[in-house]
Design a protein. Structure first.
Length: 319
């Protein structure tokens, strides 16, 4: 069952929004000396990437985050508005600058390393969220990342239950992934990569079998859907109402940059779920969205249309 041109539900993304300077090496990295790179500044952050992906797919989407009260914020808000993302509730902080990151991308599209100053996200706390909850109620699906502080995450879970909103969580920082541990029973879905899952569960996941066991453990701890991405080894996922944990291989792709692939997976999966598709169908949609993402240097592929996703999925069904 492919995504249909029905009215798309409103989806809100809550968490990180900043600038990322993507640097592409002109030659192999040499330590302790100057390396020549080409750079491109792009909007970034898990919640921002997911929101822009959803907008490309034709969904009404709101982004809720904080920015500095500076020129970088003005330019980021302009980029969001041009992409069709509702940024009306973005908050500007006088005491902080807009967040930034620098990502070094290898010639195979993988990330060599990254640097970031995201200290302003400490403001994503309970007091901040409380002032925006009323404006979130009409958005029927929420996706939150783990830059949101623990007290705000707990408040968000309570509010989602109260108003009947489906709540999904996607990690953006391995260092903060344990923020999700107390709220697992409240989540309709959890999206992690291998490293994030290892940190959350305090153990190494060296094989697909171990990743499947980890997904099963996340379900046992309350998550209704658990997805763990494994880079070139695909992903594993499971749902509460069946015992089988499934593994799906990565689709063949002309990989340019893997940054943003997980966010596209989240966007494609939640989008499909919101249209009434079952989890297996939704995961396939998410995987095709991720494939579209890795084939562009920026974090969001503006060519990732619903028609493109449908075309890929139709070929998968016919295989």
């Amino acid at each position: 069952m492919a995504m249909t041109p029905l009215k798309r539900p409103k989806i809100a993304c809550i968490g990180a929004a900043h600038w990322d300077r993507l640097a592409s090496l002109a030659s192999p990295l040499k330590m302790h000396q100057l390396n020549s790179v080409s750079t491109q500044r792009v909007p970034s952050g898990a919640s921002l990437n997911t929101a822009m992906d959803l907008s490309v797919l034709g969904f009404p989407v709101k982004l809720l985050s904080v920015l500095g009260n500076d020129q970088e914020a003005k330019e980021l808000l302009r980029a969001l508005n041009q992409s069709g993302v509702d940024s009306g509730d973005m908050e500007l902080l006088d005491e902080s600058g807009t967040g930034w990151s620098t990502t070094l991308v290898c010639d195979d599209g993988n990330i060599q390393f990254g640097l970031a100053d995201l200290s302003l996200y400490q403001a994503l706390d309970e007091a901040w969220l409380k002032s925006h909850l009323t404006n979130l109620e009409e958005w029927r699906y929420w996706i939150v990342d783990n830059h949101v502080q623990s007290d705000a995450l707990e408040m968000l879970c309570k509010q989602a239950k109260e108003v009947g909103t489906q709540l999904f969580a996607a990690a953006d920082s391995a260092a903060l992934v344990k923020n999700f541990l107390p709220i697992l029973p409240a989540l309709d879905g959890l999206f992690l990569n291998r490293v994030e899952a290892e940190i959350l569960l305090d153990r190494e996941l060296a094989s697909t079998k171990e990743a499947k066991e980890a997904a099963s453990d996340l379900l046992a701890q309350g998550a209704k859907l658990a997805v763990i991405t494994l880079g070139p080894d695909g992903l594993v996922y499971g749902v509460q109402d069946r015992s089988e944990i499934r593994h799906i291989e990565t689709l063949p792709a002309n990989v340019v940059n893997v940054s943003g692939a997980g966010d596209a997976l989240t966007a494609g999966t939640v989008a499909s779920i919101s249209l009434g598709n079952d989890i297996d169908c939704a995961i396939i949609h998410g995987i095709h969205a991720a494939k579209a993402s890795v084939e562009t240097f920026t974090n969001v592929n503006q060519g990732m249309t619903p028609q493109l996703i449908d075309e890929f999925f139709a070929k998968t069904e016919a295989a």
